[in-house]
Design a protein around this ligand. Structure first.
Ligand code: ZN
Length: 259
């Protein structure tokens, strides 16, 4: 019996159709998605006391969901996700927003494609950030960052002012991710699910890079294959299913975060 050989594009198209048909669409509301993302990132080692923020556009233009300031990622619940306006005034919920979220507003203002932002200071990203090295994309699992991760080589200071927002927003350009020297990482994505998944894999990519460099030089991958894998990894249904997998684990072990 001779093996069937088809152009790879046919398999891509079949996979996309099957994902549409068989992978469930997550049923979490946006507050639950932000709270779940906080908890997922806490479980992934992104916690750095109160540093880092996760935000998502609200239903009304110029409104944004974010965790109440003063809480750690592992304390996030749907009920402590507040809604603010485009000057960080609270519209719904108790407490105050993280003043550093001001630079998120700059990104939202200048990048209409962006619906959710995750910014964290996880250990391996932070290690790369202090030696002045960009993210190396040389493993299939991390191709979502291939030609999609910018680099800001200068640290503009704590991002509570407008200048820092302007600098980070401009350095991001039309990419989804950015490594911020002496600071951390940021992903700016079309959905909360995509931002969560990319943030998880950004730290995992940095961890692999730190491990790999200890034993040898990193060999590059072929750009055309990396581009194909980038698009494959970022199919919305694949991203949604990956988020759902992380979210289900959290919802099972920490169900209070959904309230
Ligand atoms: Zn930060």
């Amino acid at each position: 019996m001779s093996a069937i050989r088809r152009p790879k594009q046919e398999y891509h198209e079949r996979t996309t159709r099957n994902m549409e048909r068989h992978l469930p669409t997550p049923e979490w509301n946006i507050r639950q998605k932000v709270a779940l993302t906080c908890r997922i990132l806490a479980a992934e080692g992104h916690e750095s006391a109160l540093a880092g923020q996760i935000t998502a556009r609200g239903q009304e233009p110029g409104t944004y969901h974010m965790l109440r300031f003063g809480l750690g990622f592992d304390e996030a619940c749907a009920s402590n996700i507040i809604l603010v306006d485009d000057d960080l005034n609270v519209l719904e919920g108790e407490g105050m927003p993280n003043p550093s979220n001001r630079f998120h507003l700059w990104i939202y203002r200048h990048h209409p494609r962006v619906n959710s932002i995750v910014h964290t200071h996880p250990p391996h990203v932070s290690a790369l950030s202090v030696i002045g090295e960009e993210l190396a994309v040389a493993h299939m699992d991390h191709t979502m960052f291939f030609e999609d991760c910018a680099y800001l080589p200068e640290w503009p200071g704590v991002p509570i002012g407008d200048e820092e927002g302007e600098i980070i927003s401009a350095a991001l350009g039309n990419k989804r991710a950015i490594l911020l020297a002496h600071h951390g990482q940021l992903v700016a994505c079309s959905s909360a699910e995509e931002a969560a998944v990319m943030a998880v894999f950004m730290e995992r990519a940095a961890k692999l890079q730190v491990l790999a460099r200890a034993i040898g030089p990193i060999k590059p991958i072929r750009p055309e294959l990396a581009r194909e894998a980038h698009d494959y990894r970022l199919k919305p249904k694949a991203v949604g299913a990956t988020f759902d997998y992380f979210a289900r684990r959290i919802a099972k072990s920490q169900p209070e975060c959904l309230d």
